[in-house]
Design a binder for this molecule. Structure first.
Ligand code: SF4
Length: 107
């Protein structure tokens, strides 16, 4: 099953404080990376396959930052907006869904 998506999200890791509030609010969309910063992901439960935008190489991984823009499942949109509002780094960026963004991330 692939869920409908109207918005996309990415994190500016340069501004992330590493407190993990985003994952507490929306664990299907945000996940901690080994270096203590947070990244976005697309969960298999919503999109059929999991992609973590943590700048690792290989299947199931994608770029970080503005290139690593994840589709937001419509069912998760309200809590992703809440996470962005609560984010102390103000580094959760939400933007309208665009085919161009899928090209940008290269996965
Ligand atoms: S809430 Fe914001 S600052 Fe905190 S871990 Fe998530 S992205 Fe980083």
């Amino acid at each position: 099953m692939v869920e409908m998506t109207r918005m996309m999200v990415w994190i500016d890791q340069d501004l992330c404080t590493g407190d993990g509030i985003c994952e507490e609010i929306a664990p299907d969309v945000f996940i901690a990376r080994d270096d203590g910063l947070w990244v976005v992901k697309e969960e298999a439960a919503h999109f059929g396959a999991t992609i973590i935008f943590d700048d690792e190489t290989g299947d199931g991984h994608g770029p970080e930052g503005a290139k690593g823009v994840a589709r937001v499942p419509d069912s998760q949109l309200d809590i992703v907006v809440e996470a962005a509002e609560e984010c102390p780094g103000e580094c959760i960026m939400i933007e309208p869904y665009a085919e161009e963004a899928l090209t940008r991330r290269g996965v």
